[in-house]
Design a protein around this ligand. Structure first.
Ligand SMILES: [Zn+2]
Length: 412
């Protein structure tokens, strides 16, 4: 006999909101079973009936019916339009996640670009807004404006926001959601901006490291096709990495793993904002690539266009960036023996010029290179991974604890 609680093992440390969650209202069997049934609906390949759910979950048909009624009332699931008749028995109605129910607001704040999306419970992107070239003091205002537009549009689509999450390049305290270190962002004012965003939708907002969210998003997008163990590079002005080991996100002791950008590639080399010298991001971050191409003041987004145009200085700068990335990645790969390296963030678009010099370093430096080398490829989600990961992390909280949504849901 399967014990129902075996299905509810957390695979990840719980993230608390910046505003501070109360103690988790778990402990009730009903809350657990609601999550069990909702996850079963989410995981099913074809819309399951109530009896199908009873068979999948080990719960009685009567229990499942009561739980499904609660999930229907909270718009977490809906019945498929046309009842299907199975055999000669009563018509059985299939259940699917309700795309008109709770939605997650995902935000990404980076040195030169902003991105906001609203994703429904099925994972579909319903609203997407981005802005480039928004560094400087007006950036946080621009983020609030983008979020405001997205919240309005979500309301027009009759979506109910269940929460928000912000992806940032920096070290976040996973216990409090406080942003502790942001070498490349002006953190002043961020707290106020987040309060304004939270006020827009009347929701809690979580803060999480962008590379961590991007790695989780890649895993979710690929499902069972995701590599077991991989490192996802999140390349912007700084360079972060999300590390997945044997299917589990590895966050480290403080939640600060993956600071690939501050791995030393040239001891005694360029000084870095972190206080060290010769850090990877001084050679392979967007600003470093522009500087190497002789145009440090150009827009960060111009790198790919100039590479496509075949500009020799830019191609040389990208080759050098790829070499530096390859040196840093070879260290990580010799240590961890991973299946894949995924290039995300701005590096996803630059993959056509980075993969070859990275692989050249791996061939030279990986002990097992002659037998087997990890795949090096761009993220399947391109530059959107962190933003989507932020929105999906909100929805994972609903799927993991639907009872909380049902009790918090505004009436009417
Ligand atoms: Zn550094």
């Amino acid at each position: 006999v399967r014990h129902p609680f075996e299905h509810h093992r957390a695979t990840d440390a719980p993230r608390l909101s910046a505003a501070g969650d109360g103690p988790a209202r778990t402990g009730s069997l009903r809350a657990h079973n609601l999550a069990l049934v909702l996850r079963a609906v989410a995981a099913a390949e074809a819309p399951p009936s109530r009896s199908g759910l009873a068979a999948r979950t080990g719960l009685t048909r009567a229990s499942v019916s009561g739980l499904v009624d609660d999930l229907l009332a909270g718009r977490l699931v809906r019945e498929t339009g046309v009842p299907t008749r199975s055999g000669v028995g009563r018509p059985s109605t299939g259940l699917v996640l309700d795309e008109e129910g709770p939605a997650g607001l995902g935000l990404e704040l980076n040195v030169d670009h902003l991105a906001v999306c609203v994703v429904d419970l099925t994972g579909a992107v319903r609203v997407r807004r981005t802005a480039h070239g928004t560094s400087g003091p007006g950036q946080l205002d621009a983020l609030v404006t983008l979020a405001s537009d997205a919240v309005t549009e979500a309301g027009e689509q009759r979506l109910a926001l269940s929460g928000a999450a912000l992806a940032v390049p920096g070290l976040v305290d996973p216990a409090t959601g406080e942003l502790l270190v942001t070498p490349n962002l002006d953190a002043a004012g961020l707290r106020g901006a987040l309060t304004r965003v939270a006020g827009l939708g009347g929701v809690r907002i979580m803060i999480e490291n962008e590379a961590t969210l991007a790695a989780r998003a890649e895993q979710r997008a690929l499902g069972s096709a995701a590599p077991r163990s991989f490192l996802q590079v999140s390349g912007e002005v700084g360079i972060g990495a999300g590390l997945v080991l044997d299917g589990q996100l590895y966050r480290g002791r403080h939640g600060w793993s993956g600071e690939l950008g501050h791995v030393t590639v040239w001891p005694g080399g360029r000084g870095c904002g972190c206080g060290s010298d010769g850090c990877l991001e001084q050679y392979a971050g967007q600003q470093a690539i522009l500087r190497a191409a002789g145009s440090p003041d150009d827009a960060l987004g111009s790198i790919a266009d100039r590479a496509r145009a075949g500009e020799p200085g830019m191609l040389a700068a990208l080759a050098d960036a790829g070499e530096a990335l390859g040196i840093a990645l070879a260290g990580a790969l010799n240590l961890l023996d991973l299946d894949a390296v995924v290039l995300g963030g701005a590096h996803a678009e630059l993959a056509p010029w980075l993969v070859e010099p990275i692989e050249a370093q791996l061939v030279r430096r990986l002990v097992g290179a002659a037998v087997s080398r990890p795949v090096v490829r761009p993220s399947t989600l391109g530059a959107d991974a962190a933003m989507l990961g932020a929105a999906w992390s909100v929805l994972d909280r609903v799927l993991d604890d639907p009872a909380r949504w049902l009790s918090d849901e505004p009436s009417g």
